[in-house]
Design a binder for this molecule. Structure first.
Ligand SMILES: Nc1ncnc2c1ncn2[C@@H]1O[C@H](COP(=O)(O)OP(=O)(O)OP(=O)(O)O)[C@@H](O)[C@H]1O
Ligand SMILES: [Mg+2]
Length: 407
């Protein structure tokens, strides 16, 4: 008989800091299919929200999901990725691949992204775990580097790391609390050839100077190691805890599959934004800006889980930008490169001409798009002065020069 794993799906509704049950999710790992059904009592709530506004609207008959191994987009976005899975599997003393999707959904704790929660039973209470405090960072860094090196990690440190490791992504990280605010702390990784936390800090603040909406970021140095703190945009402190806002990656908004790169496209994403939930032109112009910036700083890791949307509290809108980091290029080898998503009529080719080619899809006339490109190019052209002011070393700037060659 085919295996099935079940979990109750809870949601934090706007204004609340305790979740309410919304329905039951059944995952069939052998077929890579998932099935969700809303609970009747949830549907009777006047303030009910969909648990996934794209693939599970209220009022319809929920469809089974077969993309991304049988996870609805919003569920996938609230589950850990490579890094979190490594942590949870270490805690469970199992190899990461021996755990199933529902195990990961159930283990991911209060630090998960967005406004959903997954529980083994209806009467299971709120996740008790608090996020690690900022003063724990030194221990968290040690635990993360031991884990990445395949060493045994002290159990108390592993527990602490686990409290904040439900967020997605591949790099080592942990949610921490500082000044009554939650931050994603992004750590150095063992194979880094440059100081990536510092480089990401400099790139994100450069993006802000270039007019892109970026969360608050800080660099902190812990025992000689630089750590990037990125303020979480899906949480806000309230008197009784943290309020949570819904999050959907572009992958989920588009119902794309993680393995189907050929579909990923900025103009197609812009079409969906215009046609459905994001009627405002400013939104597609912001997407255009982010696409240009990725070309100009050679951020080739701009896959559709690195673009996101916030929903639930206000109208759905692009989240602040995140995970913008130049990919290192070897100077003199080639100046041509590709982004992860298609930009224009030359597909994924990372050139400004290609970015310009489908300007109308982003709500821009040709001359408006040309002006924007000109502005962005000038703005990113100051990168080296800005990176120096941020404290990026001469050796690191040298390593990055070829990544900014297009500007
Ligand atoms: N400021 C933020 N607030 C809330 N959620 C965020 C924020 N920044 C990132 N996220 C979420 O956390 C996930 C991981 O963050 P990020 O992309 O920075 O990590 P990463 O390890 O560098 O990712 P990748 O695997 O793409 O290299 C994102 O996919 C997004 O869902
Ligand atoms: Mg990412």
């Amino acid at each position: 008989m085919a295996r099935e794993h079940k979990t109750y799906v809870f949601i934090y509704l706007p204004g609340g800091t305790a979740a309410v049950p919304a329905g039951l999710f059944t995952h069939y790992p052998d077929d890579g299919i998932g099935r969700f059904a809303y609970g009747n009592r949830y549907l009777e709530r006047p303030n009910a929200l969909p648990v996934d506004p794209v693939s599970l609207p209220l009022g319809g008959t929920p469809r089974d999901v077969a993309t991304n191994g049988g996870l609805y987009g919003a569920f996938r976005d609230s589950s850990p990725d490579y890094w979190g899975r490594l942590v949870f599997a270490a805690e469970a003393r199992m190899p990461p691949e021996a755990m199933n999707e529902v195990d990961y959904l159930l283990r991911a704790n209060a630090s998960r992204i967005g406004c959903l929660d997954f529980r083994a039973s209806l009467d299971q209470g709120e996740p008790v775990s608090g996020p690690p405090g900022f003063q724990s960072l030194a221990g968290l860094l040690d635990a993360a580097s031991d884990l990445a090196a395949g060493k045994q990690v002290r159990h108390d440190l592993l527990r602490l790391l686990e409290q904040g490791s439900s967020v997605g992504g591949a790099r080592p990280k942990c949610t921490v609390e500082l000044d009554e605010t939650l931050w994603i702390a992004k750590f150095p990784a063992k194979d880094d050839t440059v100081n990536f936390p510092m480089v990401e800090y400099a790139t994100m603040t450069l993006a802000r100077i270039c007019g892109i909406s970026v969360p608050a970021v800080r660099i902190v140095t812990v025992g000689g190691r630089d750590v990037l703190l990125v303020k979480r945009f899906d949480r806000q402190k309230a008197r009784s805890g943290y309020q949570r806002f819904g999050f959907l990656s572009a992958l989920s908004l588009m119902e794309w599959d993680e393995r189907d790169r050929a579909q990923w496209s900025y103009p197609v994403l812009a079409d969906r934004m215009r046609a459905t939930i994001l009627a405002q032109r400013a939104q597609t112009v912001e997407l255009f800006r982010r696409m240009l910036f990725n070309v100009l700083c050679r951020n080739t890791d701009d896959h559709p889980r690195n673009h996101g949307f916030l929903w639930g509290k206000r109208a759905t809108a692009l989240s602040p930008a995140y995970d913008i980091v130049p990919t290192l290029a070897r100077s003199g080898v080639t100046t041509e490169f590709a982004l992860s998503m298609s930009l224009g009529d030359q597909g994924r080719e990372a050139s400004l001409a290609n970015a310009l080619s489908m300007h109308a899809r982003f709500g821009l006339t040709r001359s408006a798009a040309e002006l924007l490109i000109d502005d962005m190019r000038k703005c990113v052209g100051q990168w080296e002065r800005h990176f120096t002011a941020c404290g990026v070393s001469e050796a690191n700037r040298e390593a990055l020069r070829a990544s900014f060659a297009i500007s």
